[in-house]
Design a protein around this ligand. Structure first.
Ligand code: ASP
Length: 378
């Protein structure tokens, strides 16, 4: 095998009864267990359900309620996603999303609708807080699949969306902190570098500084990621999916992640199911991860097995040294979520400790998901 530890893959395979995975990796079957653990309970579920990244808990609740009253699954999912996009506290999506390196928020989103096998997406969209709603109209009102940048904004205006500043004071401050700490050589001064009289406490707008708060500003916020993905299946077996994000924080303006790329961060097929990803978008793009998950389900894997196998594919194909740790494992995280047409659902993460949101017959809740590696990142 490439650079995955034999122990880790065997553990994942044993937990899932993944004879295919174990067979291709080791040339023999792994032992099956009767019950692979609560992380895989969704594989046994049947009927209507909605899954999401863990920040999408309010979204799955809303979407399932709407679907239960007969609302079209894509309308229901996009409505659920709008709750997260509208939330200024979620710095990974919509209003309050962390901006690009110039301090400007650029959003990506996509939708896909199983019954018509049609998608819609927007990328690098500025000033509109609900990119998933714009993506839905690209899907329903145009012959296209993806609009970007200025064209996406013009389309949104034409469809009646209102422009607004998406930067909140918290996200602006995070950007400023990142910018000031980027280099000692540039003209931006962080707290350590400012030439202030000894003993003077620096004031932040709207936040009187204390020595403790000043210390907090010395932390480099680094690059962060975050996204909401939601996939759902109705009682009749129709599937739909949506992914919405502000993407990688401090990105190069114009950088587009996996979220609006159909097959990468979002995909559905009414004959099989739906899937999506959050985390390092570049990895999901080069591995076409959402499509890969759906394809694995089409070939008989359960949702959590399909996610784990797609995750293994990402790990195996992470070849660049700068993206690998000392043991050859990816030095980034990725999470995958899936529903199958019959209502089975599951997810997986690269590293241990992750959860996802689900609303199925047992209600809306966050649940732990299996991981490819049995320890947390780092
Ligand atoms: N996948 C998103 C992107 O790369 C970010 C994330 O999910 O954290 O744009």
């Amino acid at each position: 095998m490439d650079h995955l530890s034999r122990r880790t893959v065997m553990a994942a395979a044993a937990g899932l009864g993944l004879t295919g995975l174990a067979g291709t990796t080791h040339g023999r079957s792994s032992p099956r267990t009767k019950h692979p653990g609560p992380e895989h309970d969704g594989d046994a579920h049947r009927g209507m359900c909605v899954v999401a990244s863990v920040n999408g808990l309010p979204a799955v609740r809303r979407a399932r309620e709407l679907m239960a009253t007969g609302t079209d699954p894509l309308d229901a999912i996009v409505d659920g996603v709008a709750i997260i996009e509208d939330d200024p506290e979620d710095t990974s999506v919509g209003l309050g999303g962390l901006p690009n390196q110039d301090g400007i928020v650029e959003l990506d989103a996509s939708v896909m609708y199983g019954p018509t096998h049609k998608s819609g997406a927007v990328a690098s969209l500025r000033s509109i807080k609900n990119p998933a709603r714009v993506a839905l109209l690209v899907c329903r009102r145009t012959d296209h699949c993806l609009l970007v940048g200025e064209g996406a904004l013009r389309f949104a205006r034409q469809m009646g969306f209102k422009e607004q500043d998406l930067l909140t004071e918290a996200s602006r401050r995070a950007w400023q902190q990142w910018r000031e700490n980027m280099s000692k050589e540039d003209d931006w001064l962080n707290d350590d570098e400012r030439d202030e009289p000894v003993g003077k406490v620096l004031e932040q707008p709207g936040q009187p500084a204390t020595p403790g708060q000043r210390a907090r500003h010395h932390d480099d916020p680094g690059f962060t990621t975050g996204t909401v993905h939601v996939s759902g299946v109705t009682a009749a077996g129709d599937v739909a999916s949506c992914t919405s994000t502000s993407g990688l924080s401090w990105k190069i303006p114009g950088r587009v992640g996996d979220s609006p790329i159909i097959g990468a961060g979002n995909y559905c097929d009414n004959a099989v199911g739906a899937a999506g990803c959050t985390g390092r978008g570049e990895a999901a793009i080069v591995n076409l991860s959402a499509h890969t998950i759906v394809s694995f389900m089409e070939h008989g894997m359960s949702p959590s097995a399909a996610c784990l196998e797609a995750m293994k594919r990402v790990a195996d194909r992470t070849k660049e040294k700068r993206l690998r740790d000392g043991k050859g494992r990816p030095n980034f995280d990725l999470k995958m979520y899936a529903v199958r047409k019959d209502g089975a659902w599951g997810g997986a993460s690269m590293y241990a400790g992750a959860s996802m949101a689900v609303a199925d017959g047992a209600g809306a809740r966050a649940v732990k998901i299996p991981s490819l590696f049995d320890h947390p990142l780092g």
